[in-house]
Write a protein of this length. Structure first.
Length: 384
């Protein structure tokens, strides 16, 4: 018997997703300052900050939707709205969470950022990350949830073979970012040590994590990729890692570049592979579907037009509810009147039962039981 399999939901092409970690003491202060500065400079239409309780109580689009619950570890919710390409509106939510696991590797605050545009996302648009977080190396908001991994820099592979395998496996399975591995054919100079992501379009720069293997790590990286992801690491080349489960359309050969020059020049071929990989349908990672639902159904920051439409919708809903209540009241009144009429028919009119009538002959109509049955039969018909 063939079982029907449910297709894995993928990230909509209108959505930009990221999840990371901020190890500093006051991450919400960094977000707040950046949003205030951007709004003052005209980079944002508006923004809003709520604590988790306020976020649930003031949900306006779906007030009773359980998806608005941010969970017990949520700290703050930020919403921002801006426009790209002239008149395309982008709505985004950033939520901060206390770490789930205590310890040195879990220090800091986890954040989830979901942004959605009114049309398919364009990599040339500004990165939603820099609309919330300051794009400064002095604020370390850019740590992945996988320990020891960061955006905006080169992540050198660990020295131990098992640690290399563990890191690459965790990045493919747990991270929300696109991961690439680059092998250095020879140790590059300062220009070659620049991250490849610096050459990417703005919206991709904060979605790509770069791992580097030193010249002597060619075999280690190749072995780890074979064991964990069934990939090969060419010496002096680079590869874009797949997701786990692997996204449709991913071809290991196509997303492997045999040679990459780390001399400060733009690696055009490899950048093209990264852009292609990021455009493939990607499975919604664990926790992303709930975050996307909250963005769509638990939105608070309404524009004036949206506020007007929301008010009109609420008026229509209240009018419909009032109409239903009025109809129910009329039905109850009619039922009560019918019951009173039925009771009066089998009583003396004052609620006192009539004296028993003589026993009718066999087959004769008009017994107290039959008159009562007929009266309540008419009551049931009226009630219906």
């Amino acid at each position: 018997m063939v079982k029907n399999s449910t297709p894995t939901p993928t990230v909509p092409d209108t959505v930009w997703l990221a999840r990371g970690r901020h190890p500093g003491p006051e991450p919400e202060l960094d977000v707040r300052r950046n949003l205030i500065a951007l709004k003052a400079a005209g980079g944002l239409d508006d923004f809003l900050e709520l604590d988790p309780v306020e976020a649930v109580r003031s949900t306006v689009l779906h007030p009773r939707d359980a998806s608005a619950d941010l969970g017990p570890s949520a700290r703050r919710l930020f919403e921002a709205r801006w426009r790209v390409a002239g008149d395309i509106t982008v709505r985004a939510q950033l939520t901060t969470y206390d770490p789930q696991v205590r310890g040195a590797e879990a220090e800091g605050v986890t954040w989830i950022l979901v942004a959605e545009a009114e049309r398919a996302w364009d990599a040339r648009w500004p990165s939603p990350a820099t609309l919330f977080w300051p794009d400064s190396s002095q604020v370390e908001w850019d740590h992945d949830t996988v320990p020891g991994v960061r955006l905006r820099t080169v992540n050198h592979l660990p020295k131990d073979d098992d640690d290399v395998r563990r890191r690459l496996r965790d990045c493919a399975r747990s991270s929300w970012f696109v991961h690439v591995v680059v092998h250095e054919a020879m140790t590059p100079d300062a220009r070659g040590q620049r991250p490849v992501a610096e050459f990417l379009p703005p919206s991709l720069r904060h979605r790509v994590v770069e791992h580097r293997g030193t010249p002597e790590q060619a075999r280690i990286a190749d072995f780890a990729l074979q064991r964990e992801l069934k990939l090969r690491m060419p010496r002096g080349g680079a590869v874009v890692l797949p997701t786990v489960p692997q996204q449709p359309g991913y071809d290991p050969e196509h997303f492997t570049v045999r040679t990459i020059f780390l001399d400060g020049s733009e690696p055009v071929e490899f950048l093209g592979r990264i852009i292609e990989s990021a455009a493939l349908p990607r499975p919604l990672p664990s926790g992303a579907e709930q975050a996307l639902t909250r963005l769509r159904e638990g939105w608070h920051l309404l524009s004036p037009d949206e506020e007007l439409a929301h008010a009109q919708d609420m008026v229509a809903r209240y009018a419909h509810a009032l109409e239903a209540m009025t109809e129910s009241r009329d039905l109850y009144r009619e039922a009560a009147e019918a019951a009173q009429a039925a009771l009066a028919e089998v009583t003396a009119g004052d609620g006192v039962p009539r004296p028993p009538a003589p026993e009718p002959a066999a087959g004769e109509e008009g017994s107290p039981l039959s008159s009562l049955t007929k009266a309540f039969g008419r009551f049931r018909a009226t009630n219906k």
